[in-house]
Design a protein around this ligand. Sequence first.
Ligand SMILES: NC(=O)c1ccc[n+]([C@@H]2O[C@H](COP(=O)([O-])OP(=O)(O)OC[C@H]3O[C@@H](n4cnc5c(N)ncnc54)[C@H](O)[C@@H]3O)[C@@H](O)[C@H]2O)c1
Length: 357
Amino acid sequence: MLQGKRILVTGGAGFIGSAVAHHLMLETGADVLVLDKLTYAGNLASLEALERHPRYRFAQGCICDAPRLAELFEIFDPDAVMHLAAESHVDRSIDGPADFITTNVVGTYTLLQATLAHWRQLPPARAKDFRFHHVSTDEVFGALGEEGLFTETTPYDPRSPYSASKASSDHLVSAWGHTYGLPVVISNCSNNYGPRQFPEKLIPLVIIKGLAGEPMPVYGEGRNVRDWLYVEDHARALALILERGRVGETYNIGGAAERRNIDVVTTLCAVLDDLAPQKTGPHRDLITFVRDRPGHDFRYAIDFSKLESELGWRPRESFESGIARTVAWYLDNRGWWEPLLQAHDAAARRGLATGGR
Ligand SMILES: NC(=O)c1ccc[n+]([C@@H]2O[C@H](COP(=O)([O-])OP(=O)(O)OC[C@H]3O[C@@H](n4cnc5c(N)ncnc54)[C@H](O)[C@@H]3O)[C@@H](O)[C@H]2O)c1
């Protein structure tokens, strides 16, 4: 039962964190403190619906700031930490890896130390039930060929500065569990999509370009394969793992929806043709192939049978239903994303720094 638990959600003003905050507040009855630095990816508008709720609080702050963390742990006295704060965009990690090392590695270390200090002074019953849940990615496992799936025992083989920094943070979390006994759990998830995703990621980018009648960029020939998970299904999985996952375990989370990037884009075009037809012709005419990302992993696919058999979780949305809901959300919420385009040049192409393999 998460009802009445005090949960510190780092990165809660981001895409997945805001879905988690909504889920915890509206579906579980937990008390939530969102801690977020509000980088380009953090957006208070994503939390607007929760603002007046008596069980919800927000604090601006950086996970690298140890005194700020100590202060918030003291005030909020959490029963659990769900750690989602991160630099999360692979393309940005190629252009500028420094922030990824600072936030994802040093920040996770700093948060672990603050959590450990808090956990050590809890009374035994609360200390036993305490959880530190690290939200991570399947990208730590590297890339697959045409066949195979990532399982929880797949060796780590990160390829980008982003995935290397997430792999580092996973190892730190696991080490704090083994060395200090901190009750940790880690989840590794495939690509998310859905409402409130920053417009430079593939799915919102294509929707927004489509609505504007502008070229829709697709890397290489669009043959790279990702497994896609609707963000609210992810939030539900995370709450379940926090509540019932076994301490020290890792859980893979996937959408059972492997698609080539080009198929994702053509599905989006078909939904756009339905919901927002353009006079100049079908949206697929806007597809434009652009130079591939350096070191672009070919395929990710995830086996989530452990989560399914242990905790009974499966995604509720199919890829088609999730995409239709997502396009409808971006159509209905221009006021959320239009200011981001102006403020951050969010639809610009990133990640072209050369190198790679
Ligand atoms: N998006 C995906 O498809 C995906 C898939 C699997 C795992 N993940 C992981 O889930 C987590 C959330 O991803 P997302 O897509 O919501 O990311 P996001 O970029 O949308 O949000 C990240 C949030 O963290 C905040 N933040 C960044 N640096 C911070 C710092 N130093 N201190 C405090 N807050 C800081 C940002 O302001 C932002 O609100 C990340 O850890 C990511 O690695 C994402």
